[in-house]
Every structure is written in structure tokens, then in C-alpha cells.
Design a binder for this molecule. Structure first.
Ligand SMILES: Cc1cc2nc3c(=O)[nH]c(=O)nc-3n(C[C@H](O)[C@H](O)[C@H](O)COP(=O)(O)OP(=O)(O)OC[C@H]3O[C@@H](n4cnc5c(N)ncnc54)[C@H](O)[C@@H]3O)c2cc1C
Length: 504
């Protein structure tokens, strides 16, 4: 059965980080009628608000439960969580709020994207935030209230001291995109509670008469009149519905979701579509390709001294550094984590972790539909660590992290490296451990890449190439991943998308 809803000026598909920003910003114009469709629920588990509980959320109804296909590097599939429900991944993430280092945005023009340098993005970064640290270049009146944790875990402070002791710069504002070195990072935590995109942007807009939000609504495919996108077919309450857009449809379903919706609509690489039994409507070879993410290797330590109970997000302090002196910018992140993450060697009940992640990975993979059925699981293959450069970067970070762990600042904690453990000292053993036991840092990007060449999916105004009335405006448009966690960049992209839509 199908029911026909009234037409909207703009239909937004996906109520995550980007979708909440767009819904809120566009409906500031009372003349614009907007529908936001979200597959997940409106009400999320109470644990969403409690910062230290975030690692439990991916397996709740607030997560999609995705895993990758078996990875060549590890011989095993890797969990790749993404959020489901209002707030999307910002409602289940680890709440680190940081711009990428400015150098990382320079490569966005490699496929022809124009006007997306760090300086171009700066006003949008600023528009998102009220940064309580008040460092130069930060926003002072945006919806997100961000600041480093007020009470930092002592074991993480010892790691910070260890970093400085071993010759690293103590940064002032590691969230601002201008610095390298180690510092407490800004967090999306306000008065001890998570602040998601739904909290900061969508909830204050919910009583506007020109905004309708439908949750539990899974977008199946896009509807076209010739080459103009005129709406979305979606499933809700066991029925199929149609939402019509007189202006534009904007996909904000994230790096996995947006690519899948395009592919189910017959938009993508011809081979991918045919293999899934979907008729080609508009060939665009880049859809679902260029998938990349930050893999993270972990050094897990047992301590004799009890580690204080976590009060924040577990990862309150991080560092950005270069794997080699001639790197164009910081390409490794080291994050100090106040719990021992699960490891393959031995259980650790009291301890901490140092996470090491290549920030500018070269490995590229794909996300593909496996069938035209919108409820069929996708094939997600990030191909982590298939490029040797990524292994070299992580090795450099592991060497640095071990020097920090062995510094005198941590001596009084009585530490023992459990995983990989000190039997792994030669490069090959450490590399082998990293390749086999890494986890996803949950930052997938790039599957609807912005640019002007053959593999680009959207142009510099985020319009899908060759079609009218259709844009993508989420993490999927990022051509190459920023050198830090991704959420702050997605907020800025969405703020800019709102400007682009309002102007057209
Ligand atoms: C566990 C985890 C930890 C993370 N930690 C951090 C961190 O600490 N700091 C940081 O900067 N970044 C972090 N990230 C990444 C960051 O949260 C994301 O980069 C960002 O939220 C992506 O925003 P988005 O709008 O592109 O997608 P999302 O926020 O994922 O939103 C996509 C939305 O679309 C919906 N959707 C998908 N398909 C459909 C469909 N067919 N129909 C309708 N709706 C659909 C989804 O349910 C979801 O709500 C983390 C992510 C995860 C999952």
C-alpha cells in the first residue's frame, strides 16, 4: 500500500549530524517547508546522554550493527558502527570535537572541488560552536557548546606529561585545526551530558510549523521526473510511502547510507548495480567507491595503581604528529584512553590504552548494495591497511606511543604493556599486530566524493553530477579524510550546505 504525503520544498533523508543541522538551518526561513526522514527512532536509550556509556551504544537500537566484509589485512570482519535515530552517529559517538588540521583540507581540490580549503570552511566551523576555551579563530555563539573536560583523568594527564617529557609540543587548542602536539581536546559534553546534533540543532527547531520529522522511515529509493529528483519512496509502519519535493532532495544518510540510497535508485557504477540486480538509471562510477576510514591500533597497559573511574568520554587528551619530518602535515593521531580496550593477549581489569591511528590513510575501499531490497545488508569493504604507507604511519605512531608510556611521568603507575606486549619489538611483529588487531575509529568518508572529475559524485555545490534537484551533504562527500576525528568537519559541511540551498 502507498500513501501520498503533501509536497515539501526540501526533503532531507537522514537525521544524523548533517541532517539535524540542515533541518534546523533551513527552517529558520518560515517560507520553506521541510521534511526530515530518519530510519531510526526518535527516542534513544537513556545511556546516550551519559558520556562514559558510549561504547555500549553501537550494539543498542541506536546503532545499525554493521560489520565490514572480511578484511584482507586481518582475515576477519571489523565492526563499523554508525548511529541510527535522531542525532545519528553524533548520538552514539565518542564526543571528541576537533577540526582536522588545516593542511588536510588542501587535498580536497585534487578531484576538482573548488572553494573547500580550511580557510573557506572556517566561517562554517565557527558558526557551529560556542568554544568555551575561547582560543583565537574559534566560534563564540554557535549551537554546540564545546570545551575540554573540566576534570581530566589522572592517568591521561600523566600520559600528557609523558608526551611533553619525550619532546612533544604541548598544544594550546588541538581542536582548532591550526596546531600540532598534545592537549586536552574539546568534547561534545555539556553539564555532564552528551550534546548530539539533535540536542543542539534539531530539538530547538521541532515546534516550527514548517518542519516535519518522520522517524522509523527508511528511504528505499529516489523518485525522478526525467532527470529531476522529485521525491523519495520510504518504508514506515510496514507500508510504503512517497514524499514529494518541489525544490530539492538532500541526502544526509551518512557515508554508508547515502551511497546505498543512490545505488538502490540506479545511480552508481554500472557493474555494481547490475551485480545487485538494479537497473542503471544514471551511471556514476564513483558512488560507493573511495570509502576510507581511520583504522586504530591499540597499545593496552595494565597498571598497579588504580585508574580513576571515567567521568567523561574515555579519550580526553590526544596528539597530532607527523610520521616523518617531511610529511605535509600531521598524519598520525595518538589518543590516551582511560580504560583498557579489549585485546587479543590477556584480560586487563585495571589499566589504560594508547590508540594510534594514521590520519591520512591511503587505503581505499567500497560500499555496495547486495540487492535492490532496502533491508538487505550492504557489502562494506574499507580495505584497511592495504596500502603499506598506512602501516608505516601506524608503526611510527606506535614507537612514539611506547616512548611516552616508558617516560618517568608514568613510572609511578607501575605499568605493563599487555598488548601487543614487549615480545613484539621488531618492526614486522608490531606491524603484524597492527594489521591483525586494529579497530575502526568509526570515521567512514568519501563514498559520494565531491569534485569535478569522472569519479566525483557531487560538484562543489554538493549537487549530484548529471541530475537536478538532488544533493548530498554529509560525511560521504569528503574527498579525503581530515587529520582528526570527523564530526566537526561534517557539522561545517552541513552549515555550508544550508547556505548553498538557501541561495539557490
Ligand atoms: C561509535 C562512533 C564513535 C565516533 N566517535 C567520534 C568522535 O569522538 N569524534 C568525531 O569527530 N567523530 C566521531 N565519530 C564519527 C562522527 O560521529 C561521524 O563522522 C558523523 O556523525 C557523520 O555524520 P553524518 O551526518 O555524515 O552521518 P550520521 O550522523 O551517521 O547520520 C546518518 C543518518 O542517516 C540515517 N539513515 C541512514 N540510512 C537511511 C535511510 N535509508 N533512510 C533514512 N535514514 C537513513 C541514519 O540512521 C543516521 O541517523 C564516531 C562515530 C561512531 C559511530
Amino acid at each position: 500500500m502507498s500513501s501520498l504525503k503533501p509536497a515539501y520544498d526540501v526533503v532531507i533523508v537522514g537525521g544524523g549530524t548533517a541532517g539535524c543541522v540542515l533541518a534546523a538551518r533551513l527552517t529558520q526561513d518560515p517560507g520553506l517547508h521541510v521534511l526530515l526522514l530518519e530510519a531510526g527512532p526518535a527516542r534513544l536509550p537513556d545511556a546516550v546522554a551519559h558520556p562514559p556509556a558510549w561504547p555500549s551504544l553501537a550494539a543498542s537500537e541506536a546503532g545499525w550493527g554493521d560489520t565490514t566484509v572480511v578484511q584482507e589485512a586481518s582475515g576477519a570482519p571489523v565492526p563499523l558502527p554508525r548511529g541510527r535515530g535522531l542525532g545519528g552517529s553524533s548520538a552514539i559517538n565518542a564526543m571528541v570535537f576537533a577540526r582536522g588540521h588545516r593542511t588536510g583540507y588542501d587535498s580536497w581540490s585534487e578531484h576538482g572541488a573548488k572553494g573547500w580549503t580550511f580557510d573557506d570552511l572556517l566561517p562554517y566551523f565557527q558558526r557551529t560552536e560556542t568554544a568555551l576555551g575561547a582560543a583565537p579563530g574559534r566560534g563564540t555563539s554557535g549551537p554546540l557548546t564545546v570545551a575540554p573536560a573540566q576534570q581530566l583523568n589522572e592517568v591521561l594527564l600523566a600520559c600528557l606529561e609523558g608526551a611533553v617529557e619525550t619532546g612533544h609540543r604541548r598544544a594550546h587548542d588541538i581542536s582548532g585545526g591550526l596546531e600540532e602536539g598534545f592537549a586536552p581536546v574539546d568534547l561534545n559534553i555539556v553539564d555532564g551530558r552528551r550534546q548530539s546534533a539533535a540536542d543542539a540543532y534539531l530539538t530547538p527547531a521541532l515546534d516550527r510549523p514548517n518542519l516535519q520529522v518522520i522517524t522509523g522511515a527508511l528511504a528505499h529509493r529516489l523518485l525522478f521526473d526525467g532527470h529531476r529528483c522529485v521525491g523519495v519512496e520510504y518504508g514506515a509502519d510496514g507500508r510504503t510511502h512517497t514524499a514529494r519535493a518541489t525544490g530539492e532532495v538532500v541526502l544526509t544518510a551518512g557515508s554508508i547510507g547515502s551511497a546505498l540510497i543512490l545505488q538502490r535508485s540506479g545511480i552508481g557504477a554500472e557493474n555494481d548495480l547490475r551485480r545487485a540486480g538494479v537497473e542503471v538509471f544514471h551511471a556514476l562510477p564513483g558512488v560507493g567507491h573511495n570509502l576510507h576510514d581511520h583504522p586504530r591500533a591499540n597499545l593496552v597497559y595494565r597498571t598497579q595503581r588504580p585508574v580513576p573511574t571515567a567521568l567523561n568520554n574515555h579519550g580526553e587528551i590526544l596528539g597530532l604528529l607527523r610520521s616523518t619530518p617531511d610529511a605535509e602535515g600531521p598524519d598520525v593521531q595518538i589518543i590516551f584512553i582511560d580504560i583498557p580496550v579489549p585485546n587479543p593477549v590477556a584480560p586487563v581489569h585495571n589499566g589504560f590504552t594508547i590508540g594510534i591511528s594514521p590520519m591520512r590513510p591511503a587505503s581505499r575501499g567500497t560500499v555496495r548494495i547486495t540487492s535492490a531490497d532496502p533491508y538487505a545488508p550492504p557489502a562494506i569493504d574499507p580495505r584497511y591497511f592495504t596500502e603499506e604507507a598506512d602501516v608505516r604511519a601506524v608503526l611510527s605512531g606506535i614507537r612514539t606511543a611506547r616512548r611516552i608510556a616508558w617516560s618517568s611521568a608514568l613510572a609511578e603507575w607501575g605499568i605493563e604493556e599487555v598488548s601487543p606486549g614487549l615480545a613484539a619489538v621488531d618492526e614486522e611483529s608490531i606491524a603484524d599486530h597492527a594489521r591483525r588487531y586494529f579497530s575502526s575509529y568509526c570515521h567512514p568518508v568519501g563514498t559520494c566524493m565531491m569534485g569535478e572529475d569522472d569519479v566525483a559524485v557531487v560538484d562543489s555545490s554538493l549537487r549530484v553530477h548529471g541530475l537536478d534537484g538532488l544533493r548530498v551533504a554529509d560525511a560521504s562527500v569528503i574527498p579525503s579524510i581530515p587529520s582528526n576525528n570527523t564530526n566537526a568537519t561534517v557539522y561545517a559541511i552541513a552549515e555550508r550546505a544550508a547556505d548553498l540551498l538557501r541561495r539557490s
